[in-house]
Design a binder for this molecule. Sequence first.
Ligand code: FAD
Ligand code: NAD
Length: 535
Amino acid sequence: LSDSSEADSKKKKVVVLGTGWAGINFLKTLKNPSYDVQVISPRNYFVFTPLLPSVTCGTLEPRSIVEPVRNIVRKKNVNIHYWEAECFKIDAENKKVYCRSNIAGNLNEKEEIDVDYDYLVIAIGAPANTFNIPGVAENCHFLKEMEDAQKIRRTVIDCFERASLPNLSDDERKRILHFVVVGGGPTGVEFSAGLHDYVKEDLVRLYPKVKEAVKITLLEATDHILNMFDKRITAFAEEKFQRDGIDVKTGAMVVKVSDKEILVKNGGGTSTMPYGMVVWATGIGTRPIITEFMKQIGQGNRRALLTDEWLRVEGCDGIYALGDCATINQRRVMEDILAIFRKADKDKSGTLTVKEFQEVIDDIRERYPQVALYLKNKHMRTLVDLLKDSKGDAVKGSVEVNLEEFKSALSQVDSQMKNLPPTAQVAAQQGTYLADCFNRMEKCERNPEGPLRFRCEGRHRFHPFRYKHLGQFAPLGGEQTAAQLPGDWVSIGHSTQWLWYSVYASNDVEVGTALKMSNQPPEKINILVCPEVKT
Ligand code: FAD
Ligand code: NAD
């Protein structure tokens, strides 16, 4: 062995599965050259998913929102190899992953690769969820991958061409030009808005004879669209869609899709709805390899792999999971929070003074900002407000908080907090966090000093992962976007659209192209936001 290959053979082997938000941010942040990294993913490019709906309507070209993986890895001083392949089995006991090559999208069963690892980073995302509803997989379009967006774009045009053929009945023409979107989450809403603009601004000019037959319907099973957003945004979106003529049907649960009709359960009954194209956007499910792996390691039948707050897969050695395929075990978070309370309760009376309790809250805010984010509980709110007013010393410990009250407050926080949302923001921050840990791994092993453990003796080498919520955007069409920023700040309107562009244009990907698409760039970008709805 030459000196360099001997040195290479001593390097710890890191295998990264996936080149989405989590995997790519891990690779971009990793700078410690003491690893030998193998990246395995069927996609040799990164997709900037927030702009994927724009590809369905031709506002953006696919190349504007992708970044080749090889471009990213060639710039690194870390030894990184990329294989265009798909992992089909993880063997945690023997620290091996089994993969099949995927050149030109053809999974070739003969070309199997098995790769050893010391550390495995699972970042393979999640597929669209069909809930096994009959006919969905066969008849619907999805909007998850670049291929999906390109297929939708072709199908929309095909529908207009087909509807323009002679000898069609009016009913048949209307059916063909009926575009149905299932799921009123951000994907379904954004796509409906984009499709509406595309039809109104471009297609009706190209196909004037059929314009009266076009209809867009958005079906949502619950009472409102954009449920995870502030009520003001939901109301604005519903009103805007009504003005635009997008037919929003809430309380409408799709239960079956055949080749030309959708069966919808609405209230007590069911009805059928003829369609020309359906886009299914009802959230995400689980990849079969993750389901298999969870069985193997005794995690049962869950949607996502359970990790601790250091993103380590529970019950495994050297395996990390991040992004949409993973979820942090909130039960343990709650246990830790209770442990913070118990630690502050020095006399073991089960009761804390306000001052002590304030320290507990500060500690929780520091360790778990996402808990603070979801602190909607009245009891906690009152206490926190009280503490803010008193600044901790005016009350002089006259108010006491007992453990039972605190537990009941937590249980409500727990149910509202649920898990971190499966978003690009979470995935990207997790990728960056984990690579930072890897960058410091050796140093930390030499000096194993870190934050004290709550549950047992000793110290952690790294801080747990802390999510920082930077806000969420929902483009609503007509150059209008709604933004919900931390602290319940809401902004809706044209200026928010430019805020949205500027946030995305500031990313590494060449999404600056998004800025070029408008004919009239604004003289200045107004990023003023306030807790009032601005239109
Ligand atoms: P992904 O980005 O899905 O990446 C998974 C990677 O794993 C891919 O490279 C895939 O090819 C690879 N892979 C799959 N199977 C295997 C396998 N067996 N072996 C190896 N590799 C595999 N979030 C936001 O925060 N803001 C937004 O505005 C936003 N807009 C969105 C718009 C759309 C249309 C969609 C669909 C999603 C949007 N999201 C948004 C959500 C966001 O895209 C996801 O949360 C994010 O992509 C999750 O990142 P990830 O790395 O976990 O998975
Ligand atoms: P989602 O889970 O957010 O919403 C899916 C919607 O479909 C829900 O409202 C649900 O009630 C509805 N639904 C489920 N089954 C149905 C059925 N059979 N019939 C009718 N309606 C049904 O899914 P999404 O919009 O695909 O988003 C997935 C994730 O990606 C979320 O975490 C989201 O925050 C994130 N995302 C964010 C943005 C953004 O920030 N702009 C954009 C897209 C996606």
